[in-house]
Write a protein that binds this ligand. Structure first.
Ligand code: SF4
Length: 381
């Protein structure tokens, strides 16, 4: 039983035979992709407040120290990103700031917002004004919270990390796998193209990894909304001394993800978070986001990869590199998709009227989006 499944009424059924099958998968059982994709994004760490205290995480700041970006700060960052040719505004959070973050709540109140989601909606509107498609990762979300911002996001995401109860999530405010799956389910019910992923090396075992991937697969089979799954190793940092998984572990985990998820779900290993070259033959087809203008605040010990690094990974794999939007093409209306989806079934129409209007706009941003869809953008410049 997945911890928290009862509490959140998660009816995922993982059968032992499927776990056993996945446990037998090796990199030899999957094929390399024939193209790698990436997205140009601008990273906006909206708040570093988080109700949790995961022991491997350097992102969150404790109460009294957490930051909350103001709308002028957000707009300036977004404008730099749009000027640099980005298409995605990547809004990252901790997880809903709890009552301990009095200063954050006071500031939100001063700005006329009664919740961080209410504020997120405002900054997503700013992103659309500045010519970027929002992709928000606000941690766990209730259905009501997600509904507040769903129509102003091209896609959203949260890392499942693991369905296991691990010490790294321990303490009085432990992250709850059932709650994470509830967030993924909410996205499915609301028709939001969604990104999730597993974190490798935080105390889970191979069975836990298999169960985590199977849980995501079941959610996708139900709703068709999982556009990609990230396979990310934990890394040593000032808060985590528990080690980093070796390359063989990562290769096997990536191969399991590719084997487990249907072809239409991309497998992402970002070079800024993992040795992508070492796993590029294990079925990955996406290298994540690259930001030309901001630092990676999630893992400040690692530089955000330059576009040239993405090209080098693709060259190493001997496949082309293609830019994509934050919402994968198969989730766009038929008239915006190219004919060739590489044999991948289109997932129907998932974008809101607001996002559709941005894609159709007769302005530089609209032209940029359509150039990416037409494959006319430069992979790296
Ligand atoms: S990993 Fe996410 S949920 Fe955990 S402390 Fe960091 S920001 Fe919060």
């Amino acid at each position: 039983m997945i911890p928290g499944a009862d509490e959140y009424d998660i009816d995922v059924s993982i059968v032992d035979a499927a776990v056993e099958e996945l446990l037998s998968v090796t990199p030899d059982d999957v094929s390399p992709a024939d193209e790698l994709s990436f997205c140009r994004n601008v990273f906006v760490p909206l708040t570093t407040a988080c109700r949790y205290t995961c022991t491997y995480c350097t992102y969150f700041d404790p109460p009294g120290e957490a930051t909350l970006m103001s709308t002028p700060e957000v707009r300036e960052t977004l404008r730099q990103g749009a000027d640099a040719g980005c298409t995605e505004a990547l809004f990252t959070f901790g997880d809903d700031p709890d009552d301990r973050y009095e200063a954050v709540h006071a500031r939100l109140d001063e700005w006329g917002h009664d919740s961080i989601h209410d504020y997120l909606r405002e900054v997503c509107e700013i992103a659309l004004e500045e010519g970027l498609l929002p992709h928000a990762n606000p941690g766990d979300q209730t259905r009501e919270e997600m509904a507040t911002v769903a129509d102003v996001n091209a896609s959203m995401g949260v890392m499942l990390e693991t369905t296991a109860e691990v010490q790294a999530h321990g303490g009085p405010r432990a992250k709850n796998p059932g709650q994470r799956l509830n967030t993924i389910r909410n996205a499915g019910e609301l028709g939001v193209p969604f990104t999730t992923g597993i974190l490798v090396g935080v105390g889970e075992d191979w069975t836990d990894r298999a169960e985590s991937l199977l849980a995501v697969r079941e959610m996708h089979e139900r709703y068709g909304h999982v556009q990609e799954i990230i396979v990310q190793p934990v890394v040593e940092n000032e808060r985590w001394r528990g080690g980093t998984p070796d390359v063989e572990t990562l290769r096997r985990a990536v191969a399991m993800a590719r084997y487990c998820l249907p072809d239409e779900v991309s497998i992402q290993v970002p070079p800024n978070l993992a040795p992508a070259r070492d796993v590029v033959d294990c079925g990955i087809d996406d290298l994540g986001g690259v930001s030309p203008v901001t630092d990676d605040h999630i893992n400040p010990d690692y530089e955000w990869p330059a576009l040239r690094e993405l090209e080098a990974v693709a060259e190493h794999a001997g496949v082309p590199l293609a830019e994509r939007l934050p919402v994968y093409e198969r989730y766009l209306p038929a008239d915006l998709r190219s004919d060739d989806l590489g044999g991948v079934p289109a997932s129907g129409e998932w974008v809101s009227d607001r996002i559709r209007a941005a894609l159709d706009a007769d302005d530089p941003a609209g032209e940029r989006y359509r150039a990416v869809l037409a494959g006319a953008s430069l992979a790296a410049d």
